[in-house]
Design a protein around this ligand. Structure first.
Ligand code: DAH
Length: 441
């Protein structure tokens, strides 16, 4: 997997270590025939892999709490784009068609795998990104909009990865008529003037290239102006979020544009910001492909769109060291923040870690890393700070595969005794054996 909070790179996710078969169904045989989510019963089937730990997170709506860092950040971005309609509260349960097909994801895209996404059953899943709602929001006729939601991806366990996180999607639609293009020109002039007076240095890439082409619905001239509008709009957002915070007051904010690939945009880009000595990936964006606009019944319009991960930005701006803290109900965390204000988080205490290893032979059908991670989350919740596979080999004679995982147990709220950590670890081992049939070594 990629190193940090690489949540926006749905397009190119690497395969798991050791190239093992991806299985992914986290429910043991004999699972219940229905599962209750947000007050509704859903039938389960061979695709069901949502776990109780995940089900419990649905409906928490952290991003709507005014004094939660995610809520503060959402409001900051919404006030920057103050003439955009701000949406929230869309159900996280969507069809795979909405999440993938409508956006042009190929049938064999790795993001669709059971090992990468949470499925409720064959017909429904938890959205993996806010882009899942693009078609319906465009279809409402909204021409400037933002949408904030919780999104879900099966992933590793460490201080920057959590299977539930938050994204904000934004888009602006223009008419591809002379009037629409005049509006675009005027907006570009206004934004360029604002940026010219700001302390920002931009490393740019061409608006399009043979590897990042302009779709046929756009004339080249219109597309160039649209991409310019996208770049100016997002550079000014970066300035609002990071300007004056990235370095010393005299140091300019550095923003870098990179050519990217997403199935639903072309040309596509990623935006990075230089913060505390390194480049940090902030968002993905591009010109919306015609498929989306057609499905939304606006085939004669053109639009740009972007999607950003709120946790990564909030971790930087509020200096929050561990992604689990966003879910904390401890007043020592929650009481530190004030609506409308970015403040530096003060760690109340770091309790000692407790590492424990577990080694086992895999069952013959294999086991995906993400199955192990989900099981750990299910059994010990947020008491697991990180989980790493530290060893793996295949026995030359028997061809059986062994793996060793190191689990670091650490509570954010209190000191865990060795006995408590041992009891948690014993539970994890028992469940690994019972649910997956692994043979502990
Ligand atoms: N949905 C993408 C992801 O999570 C991010 C993204 C990229 C959103 C490009 C967009 C976009 O709206 O235009 O990986």
């Amino acid at each position: 997997m990629m190193i940090t909070l690489c949540r926006i790179r749905l397009a190119q996710r690497p395969l798991c270590a050791f190239g093992l078969r991806r299985c992914g169904s986290a429910l043991a045989p004999g699972r219940p025939t229905t599962t209750n989510l947000l007050g509704k019963e859903y039938p389960t089937d061979d695709k069901t892999n949502i776990t109780p730990a995940i089900a419990e997170k649905l409906g928490r709506k952290l991003y709507l709490q005014p004094s939660h860092p995610l809520g503060i950040l959402r409001e900051l971005i919404e006030s920057h784009f103050n003439n955009f309609t701000a949406h929230s509260g869309f159900s996280p349960i969507v069809t795979p068609a909405k999440n993938f097909d409508d956006l042009g994801f190929p049938a064999d895209h790795p993001g669709r795998a059971l090992s990468d996404s949470y499925y409720i059953n064959n017909e429904s899943m938890l959205r993996t990104h806010t882009s899942a709602h693009e078609v319906e929001v465009f279809a409402r006729g909204d021409r400037r909009w933002l949408l904030t939601s919780d999104v879900y991806r099966r992933d590793e366990i460490d201080s920057t990865h959590y299977p539930v996180f938050h994204q904000m999607e934004g888009a602006r639609v223009f008419r591809s008529t002379p009037e629409g293009m005049t509006e675009l020109e005027q907006d570009n002039a206004r934004l360029s003037e604002h940026l010219a007076q700001s302390n920002i240095v931009i490393e740019d890439v061409p608006h399009s290239s043979p590897t990042n082409p302009i779709p046929s619905i756009y004339s080249n001239h219109d597309a160039e102006r649209m991409v310019l509008n996208l770049k100016l709009s997002l550079n000014s957002l970066m300035l609002a979020l990071f300007g004056g915070r990235a370095g010393s007051a005299e140091e300019p904010l550095r923003v870098r544009w990179i050519e990217a690939y997403f199935p639903f945009t072309s040309p596509s880009f990623e935006v990075e910001v230089f913060f505390h000595g390194k480049w940090i990936e902030i968002l993905g964006c591009g010109l919306v492909q015609q498929r989306t606009l057609q499905l939304a019944n606006i085939p004669h319009d053109v639009s740009w769109a972007f999607g950003l991960g709120l946790e990564r930005i909030a971790m930087i701006l509020f200096a929050i060291p561990d992604i689990r803290l966003f879910w904390s109900t401890d007043s020592r965390f929650l009481d530190q923040f004030t609506p409308g204000k970015i403040s530096t988080f003060k760690s109340y205490s770091k309790y000692p870690p407790c590492h424990k290893d577990v080694s086992f032979w895999l069952p013959s059908e294999g086991l995906h890393d993400n199955d192990v991670f989900d099981l750990v989350r299910d059994v010990v919740g947020d008491l697991a700070e990180d989980v790493k596979m530290i060893d793996g080999f295949t026995h030359p004679k028997t061809q059986r595969t062994s793996r060793c995982y190191r689990i670091n147990y650490r509570s954010m709220d209190k000191s865990l005794s060795n006995d408590e950590a041992n009891a948690l670890h014993t539970d994890v081992i028992t469940q690994l054996r019972d649910r997956f049939g692994v043979e502990i070594r």
